[in-house]
Design a binder for this molecule. Sequence first.
Ligand code: ADP
Ligand code: MG
Length: 242
Amino acid sequence: MALVEISGVNKHFGDFQALKDITMSIEEGEVIVVIGPSGSGKSTLCRAINRLETFESGSITIDGKELPEEGKELARLRADVGMVFQSFNLFAHKTILENVTLGPIKVRKQSKSVAEKRAMELLERVGVEHQASKYPAQLSGGQQQRVAIARSLAMDPKVMLFDEPTSALDPEMINEVLDVMTGLAKSGMTMVVVTHEMGFARKAADRVIFMADGELVEQATPEEFFTNPQSGRAKDFLSKIL
Ligand code: ADP
Ligand code: MG
């Protein structure tokens, strides 16, 4: 069984079907880049994977376990799925170090000293260790997004989801975040990355998933996908962005 198994997932918002019978599996250590036009269901799929969004039918398992819809068990299992969004969502009134230690202390029941030691290692890994005692507003967007990545990693997730992590950043800060993500990909982390950064897709993805109108239309290696897209919708999308 793959680390993440998505099977026959359907999701409506009212009459509108945002996910249409999505089935896919993600192997441990695999890096998947999800691309597709705006409104194609990419964010909804990410949110369904960690149950920020419910769905009507189908199932999603992480390491063989289905996430319950609510309750204590959900918080614990959800911690296995790290998520980094377009907006960094750091706690404004907590320091960078506190932002990273909060989850491990509350959810993982780590002692403060253990959590802080690990947080400093992670902040160093993403290159913001010197900002540990500052507050989020004192950091650049690129630094804040790197803290958000460190904060997710502090929970020791089994899989990391990134939903357009660089699209709110000034251009000069995009690469510093993509470099951290590339390093993470190389380290063997299982990742699902929604992005318009095709350079990252070519460099880091094992597999590209192309979504359109709530459907998983194509999946292929980046090489195959970018040189020889199969569907009209993928060809059309690529002609607009490349
Ligand atoms: P993407 O991330 O690919 O741009 P989304 O997953 O955000 O697409 O959205 C897919 C579709 O579902 C869009 O048409 C969007 O308007 C719709 N949608 C998403 N969230 C909601 C919601 N909470 N209520 C109603 N419609 C929604
Ligand atoms: Mg989206």
